[in-house]
Design a protein around this ligand. Structure first.
Ligand code: SF4
Length: 128
């Protein structure tokens, strides 16, 4: 459920205030090495939005991990950045067509049971 900038989800014990994103510096898109999984459909959509072919998009922005596709990262000052995170203003440069994994953050299955790591990462989450 969404109420302006406050987001709730029945199955989670916290809510998310997306107003906090403007000042957090893109913490969910950078830090330690991670994976942003994407489907072929998402890859095609992103390629189309960037006026390029799926093949060219994949060559430049996608890596294969365990038989799946993940967005590439850049390492800046020993920190991993999603290749689509602007390293200066820390905004997502593909926000309107970002993958589902990014859209559903912070309501990820892995945080249902154990959300300590999430609370350390994201200043926008608060317990209900
Ligand atoms: S695609 Fe955008 S929202 Fe997703 S991790 Fe990269 S920068 Fe963040």
């Amino acid at each position: 459920m969404t109420c302006n900038h406050l987001h709730y989800h029945n199955e989670f014990s916290y809510f998310f205030n997306s107003d906090r994103c403007a000042s957090c510096g893109g913490k969910c898109c950078r830090g330690q090495q991670g994976y942003i999984w994407l489907s072929m459909k998402e890859l095609e959509k992103m390629a189309q939005a960037r006026n390029t072919s799926p093949e060219a998009f994949a060559r430049e922005y996608v890596r294969q991990v365990k038989g799946k596709m993940s967005l590439k990262e850049r390492i800046i000052n020993n920190e991993h950045f999603c290749c689509f995170l602007d390293p200066v203003d820390h905004c997502c440069t593909v926000y309107p067509y970002r993958p589902e994994q990014c859209r559903t953050f912070p309501f990820w299955e892995q945080y249902k049971e154990e959300s300590k790591e999430l609370f350390q990462l994201c200043p926008g989450v608060s317990l209900l």
